[in-house]
Every structure is written in C-alpha cells, then in structure tokens.
Design a protein around this ligand. Structure first.
Ligand SMILES: NC(=O)c1ccc[n+]([C@@H]2O[C@H](COP(=O)([O-])OP(=O)(O)OC[C@H]3O[C@@H](n4cnc5c(N)ncnc54)[C@H](O)[C@@H]3O)[C@@H](O)[C@H]2O)c1
Length: 372
C-alpha cells in the first residue's frame, strides 16, 4: 500500500479526516472501528458499485470484526429522490439503527448526497461515513456536508448540511470508472485550479493526461490537492454565507446546460462544470478582467484531456441565449432575483461578482451557440 494522505476538515466539534490512498476499502474496518459504539455498520450503496466493490468492503470490515448489512439501490441520478430517501430511512429504522450507530454511504455523489441526507434526518441525525467511489465524489461531493435529493422542481432543492464523521477515498476504486465518468469528475478537479490555484492548474496541464491514463500516484496527488482546497474553503465558510460560493465556479452556466439537456446522459454534471468554467472565463475576459489568452488556455487543457469544452461539443438541441439565461435565473443560488456569477481575474483567481452586465453574458452565449 502506498502512503495515505490525510486532510483534516477543521470544523470544531464537527471536524473530521478525509483519508486518501489506495487500499483504504480493504482496511475500512481498522479505519472505522475507533468511531463505533458497537461492531456493526449499515451500508447503503447502488448496484453498479456493489457488483464491483461491495465484497471487498464487507471483507475489509469483517477483518476488524465489524458486521455489516447492505441496502443496494439502483444506480443513477434518479435515485436521489423522495422515493429512495424514504426507502433508505425506513430500511435504517427497520434495522433499528440508533443515533450513535454508523451508516456508510458507499458510491458516487448520488449515494453520498442521498445517504447523507437520510442520516441527517434519521432520529434527528445519525453519524455517517462517506466512502466515495467516483472521482467527482472523492474530490467534491463527499467533503463539506452538503446532502440532499432532487425534487420535480429541480436538482438538489431539498437537503441539509450534515457533515460526515470520516471520509475514506480509496484511489484504487477509480480504476473501474468508465473513462467518461472519470473525466466528468476531472471537470471538478480542474475547477479547483481555475478558482484558486494557477500552480495547481499548471500541474494539471503537465500531469492531467498521465493521471487520466491511470497513474495512481498522480491521481492521489490530484485528489489530495482538490480536497485540501475544498476543506480550506469549507472550514472558512461551512454554510456558504460567503467564500464557499467560489466552489460554484462554472456551475451557474453548467446547471443551465444540465437543465437544458434534461440532467441525463447527454451532459454529465462534471462535463457541464468544465464547459461552465470555460464560459465563466470567457465572460471574465470580455469584461476586461483577464486577457483573452486565459479562456483559450483553459479550453486548450480540456481539449488535451479529450473533454467537452464548448457548447459545440453538446450533441443535442439547446435553447437560445435568452432561454439559457432564463434557466440560470432558476438556479437555487439566485439571490433576490439576481443571478450570482463567479468570475475570475485570471486562472486561479476567482471571485464572487456582485453586478454582472447580462448583455455581456448574452453575448458570450450567443457567440458560443453560433459556433455550433
Ligand atoms: N454534495 C455536494 O457537495 C456535491 C458536489 C458535487 C456534486 N454533487 C452531486 O453528485 C452527483 C454526481 O456524482 P457522481 O458523478 O459521482 O454520480 P454517480 O453517483 O451517479 O456516479 C457516476 C457513475 O459512476 C458509477 N460509479 C461510481 N463509482 C464507480 C466505480 N468505482 N466504478 C465504476 N463505476 C462507478 C455510478 O454507478 C454512476 O453510473 C450529482 O447528484 C451532484 O448533484 C454533490
């Protein structure tokens, strides 16, 4: 086993470790045992992840004398729903899970968000461990305590802040992700470079292709640096009263594109974020905040990674610029009717823009649409 990196999320009484490295699932029992009141955990996962990795997890727990029960849900975004929330909560109640017990969320962001929310409301809050299995979940959704489900009114509209007690990011499981899911997660990795660290972005320019090809040491470094950046921001602003909004770089555009394409296979969340970052940089350049070379450089890196980088890469009908702006105005981050944009003064220098001239945004979208 290579070395394990530990990032501490400093949240006072709710502080916790994110442990990152290969082989963590095999030693999950030893990692989790110190947190348990009795030697049993309840795992909630989905069938794709269960088929590939559940046996390894139960064996890893059993190796430390920890018994487990598992609930296996269907994979996919539609699982983040009222129906499955009820199923998880009722299953845990039926299993007589108590407040001091430990629930384990084992899967990508869908499982992490759903199970975290179930843990938040079960008996007014039970503890849970995140074992994220997708790159997106390892670098983003498993850290920071945002949990929730989708409503027919929109994505992530029902939820709670509920921090996990521990996060185990086993780099080894990333090996079974499809290339497309891996690169979608990479969209969030490159976002961290874009929002807060030119140095990290340059490191990704140099190492991204090798990392995508499977280099485990580089993957671990990328996850560690991403998690460290998220942990630092969350520690400063747990509930998004300020700085945490920077993590939404690319998301205002991305969410509109996800909504326009039906939140499905046409455009994955991380793909929307990557294109959204490129559009946010383009908008910043048009506003004179950065040189035109910077959005071009950002897009060139996405191209080198074989990722979608522009509206032209989305293979479905899209609304016109006014339609996309309308979708942005429905985002849950709209504040008093104003769309909140994260812009940047350069790659790695994002900030929350107070007033953005929507004509400039409309122009960026119109040009991007006409290039299709
Ligand atoms: N809470 C937060 O802060 C936060 C942040 C970002 C995204 N999210 C949410 O995360 C979700 C997206 O997460 P995601 O991309 O992980 O989606 P996901 O959970 O659907 O996983 C993506 C795909 O990868 C598969 N998969 C997962 N791990 C695998 C593995 N090791 N091997 C093979 N296949 C594997 C899944 O079955 C699925 O098909 C969205 O619902 C989004 O809203 C939440």
């Amino acid at each position: 086993m290579t070395g394990i990196d530990v990032v501490r999320v400093e949240l006072g009484a709710r502080a916790y470790d994110v442990r990152i490295g290969a082989g963590l699932i095999a030693r999950a029992g030893a990692e989790i045992a110190p947190l348990l009141q009795r030697p049993k955990v309840w795992i909630v996962t989905e069938s794709r992840v269960a088929g590939l990795h559940l046996e390894a997890l139960t064996a890893g727990l059993a190796a430390s004398g920890i018994a487990s029960e598992a609930l296996i849900l269907p994979p996919g975004e539609t699982t983040k729903s009222w129906v499955h929330l009820q199923e998880v909560v009722e299953w845990l109640l039926g299993q007589k899970v108590e407040r001091k017990d430990m629930v384990v969320a084992f899967g990508g962001g869908v499982i992490g968000d759903l199970v975290g929310f179930a843990a938040a409301i079960l008996r007014r809050g039970v503890r849970f461990v995140q074992i994220p299995t997708s790159l997106l979940a390892q670098v983003d959704s498993s850290v920071g305590g945002k949990t929730g489900i989708n409503s027919p009114h929109g994505k992530n509209l029902v939820g709670a802040f509920h921090q996990p007690s521990l996060v185990l990011a086993d780099i080894g499981v990333l090996g079974t992700l499809s290339q497309r899911d891996f690169l979608a997660g990479y969209g969030e990795v490159v976002k961290y470079g874009g929002l807060g660290s030119l140095d990290f972005f340059e490191w990704l320019e140099a190492n991204g292709p090798a990392l995508a090809a499977g280099d485990a040491a580089l993957r671990q470094q990328a996850v560690r640096r991403s998690v460290q950046m998220k942990a630092d921001i969350v520690a400063r602003d747990e509930t998004e009263a300020g700085d945490r909004a920077l993590l939404n770089l690319g998301h205002t555009f991305g969410h509109a594109l996800e909504a326009a394409t039906g939140y499905g296979d046409t455009l994955l969340h991380g793909e929307g974020v990557a294109i959204g970052c490129a559009l946010a940089f383009e908008t910043s350049a048009r506003l004179g905040l950065m040189s035109q070379e910077e959005p071009s450089r950002f897009r060139a890196h996405l191209a080198a990674m074989g990722m979608k980088r522009d509206l032209a890469d989305i293979r479905s009908e899209l609304p016109n610029a006014a339609g996309l702006l309308g979708l942005m105005a429905q985002d849950k981050k709209v504040d008093g009717g104003r769309i909140r944009f994260i812009l940047a003064r350069g790659i790695g220098e994002a900030f929350m823009a107070e007033e953005v001239d929507l004509d400039v945004v409309r122009g960026v979208l119109t040009d991007a649409l006409s290039a299709r």
